[in-house]
Design a protein around this ligand. Structure first.
Ligand SMILES: Cc1cc2nc3c(=O)[nH]c(=O)nc-3n(C[C@H](O)[C@H](O)[C@H](O)COP(=O)(O)O)c2cc1C
Length: 196
């Protein structure tokens, strides 16, 4: 439902519906390989800003959270441990919608949350975490040795869960770009228009 009876862009939805729409795009992306919401850029703050693609593995609306998987030994984990604030960013070229979601990341390794997401992982995914040496280490050739056993990756497997605390959308349009911000106030999301 649109605030202005304009169904053309989700940016016009009322705050609750807009957050619901976003959560469903994120949830659906898990099983839609071509979804523009499947591969966000994750931006962290180390000694310099760092951005990289991750696969969105799970999403929920209440509270609004996004899960990704990574290697416990990677630079992003060290950065998120030191500074959990982060940004996820998407762009859908079909609908010309940019989405930015700021939040704080919690990291789960070796616990029940990590185990719940590890168990259904296909062997070829799990094996990647058993790679020796750690991600980012210089190696003598293009191929890094990895263990053939999935279970060897378990000790390096990490689930990152980002609790979203602010969202911005930018709808590109020939009639004029439209930008809005969503922020949680008490138990509801509020939406404000901002100059693009
Ligand atoms: C399409 C695509 C998907 C990726 N998905 C992930 C992922 O889900 N988790 C991850 O840790 N790295 C993923 N990567 C690799 C990261 O972008 C990055 O190169 C790697 O994690 C090292 O990042 P860091 O050194 O900043 O920690 C993906 C790369 C691409 C191109």
């Amino acid at each position: 439902m649109s605030e202005y009876g304009e169904p053309s862009s989700p940016i016009h939805l009322a705050p609750k519906e807009l957050v619901g729409w976003l959560a469903s795009q994120w949830r659906d992306s898990v099983s839609i390989p071509d979804s523009p919401y499947r591969l966000p850029m994750l931006v962290t703050m180390g000694t310099r800003p760092e951005a990289r693609t991750v696969v969105l593995r799970k999403a929920q609306e209440n509270p609004l959270e996004i899960h990704f998987h990574t290697d416990l030994r990677s630079a992003k984990v060290a950065q998120l441990r030191a500074s959990p604030g982060c940004l996820l960013a998407w762009y859908d070229p079909q609908t010309r919608l940019q989405l930015q979601a700021w939040g704080h990341a919690r990291l789960h390794a070796g616990d029940t949350t990590a185990r719940r997401e590890w168990d259904p992982l296909p062997a070829h995914n799990g094996r990647q975490y058993g790679q020796v040496p750690p991600p980012g280490t210089p190696i003598s050739g293009p191929v890094a040795p990895a263990s053939p056993e999935k279970e060897s990756g378990w000790t390096n497997f990490c689930v990152g869960i980002v609790r979203i605390s602010q969202i911005e959308l930018l709808q590109l349009s020939r009639e004029g770009n439209i930008r809005c911000r969503l922020e949680p106030t008490n138990s509801a999301w509020t939406k404000s228009w901002i100059a693009p």
